[in-house]
Design a protein around this ligand. Structure first.
Ligand SMILES: C[S@@+](CC[C@H](N)C(=O)[O-])C[C@H]1O[C@@H](n2cnc3c(N)ncnc32)[C@H](O)[C@@H]1O
Length: 205
């Protein structure tokens, strides 16, 4: 039998309009509406573009990205969890902090760089702030290294951060790599959540 707290969560989840909409539209997660809002505002994807989706399971961001790049474009989705197949998406099950990740991605992309790198990753939150900040820093370092190797000059990055988890330091560091760095909290981000998104455009070395 489910406990009262999980029952409450399930009730809230079922009543959530973004959950209902994602079910109706065939998306695997409500988080797709965060990406759609960012794309509508900031024009992230273009036809024929190459996209790297980090921390992609269950796959709603990749579903949307694949629908936007269509035809000659390509989406590569990476997660340490398995992802069920998505039309137009190459799936790699791996940890993005693994030492051979750049080699693995390079092979999948035939050494072509990507136009857009998106990351919706979150560490497993423990509630111990020092440990959570350290886990998130590890993710941010890996994403920064991947962007330096995989992103084309002028490319775009969408990166989820959490207020309080080194977000100021991460913003400072990322801002040197992009001509513009915007912060955005989409409507589908739950009000109580500390998550927000950095959108870097005009990648430079
Ligand atoms: C919020 S979910 C992503 C949801 C996804 N954007 C979607 O719309 O379906 C975050 C994902 O990041 C993955 N993740 C966290 N750390 C990771 C790491 N070091 N390497 C690979 N995946 C990671 C988790 O396994 C989880 O599936």
């Amino acid at each position: 039998m489910s406990r009262p707290r999980s029952r409450d969560w399930l009730k809230r989840h079922d009543a959530d309009p973004f959950v209902r909409q994602s079910r109706a539209q065939g998306y695997r997660a409500r988080s797709v509406y965060k990406l759609i809002e960012l794309d509508e505002k900031l024009k992230i994807f273009r036809r024929g573009g190459y996209v790297l989706d980090l921390g992609a399971a269950p796959g709603s961001w990749s579903q949307y990205a694949a629908s936007r790049v269509t035809g000659s474009g390509k989406v590569v989705a990476v997660d340490r969890l398995p992802i069920a197949p998505i039309s137009g998406v190459s799936i790699i099950q791996a940890d993005i902090c693994a030492p051979d990740i750049i080699e693995t991605l390079g092979l999948e992309l035939a050494e072509r760089k990507v136009d857009v790198l998106i990351s919706d990753m979150a560490p497993d939150i423990t509630g111990i702030s020092v440990a959570d900040a350290a886990a998130f820093s590890e993710i941010a370092d890996a994403v920064r290294d991947l962007s330096r190797t995989m992103l084309i000059l002028g490319g775009i990055m969408v990166f989820k951060v959490f207020e309080g988890l080194e977000s100021q330091a991460i913003a400072k560091e990322f801002s040197t790599s992009f001509t513009a760095l915007r912060r955005y909290k989409p409507k589908a981000s739950l009000g109580r959540s500390r998550e927000l998104y950095f959108i870097g455009s005009g990648f430079r070395l």
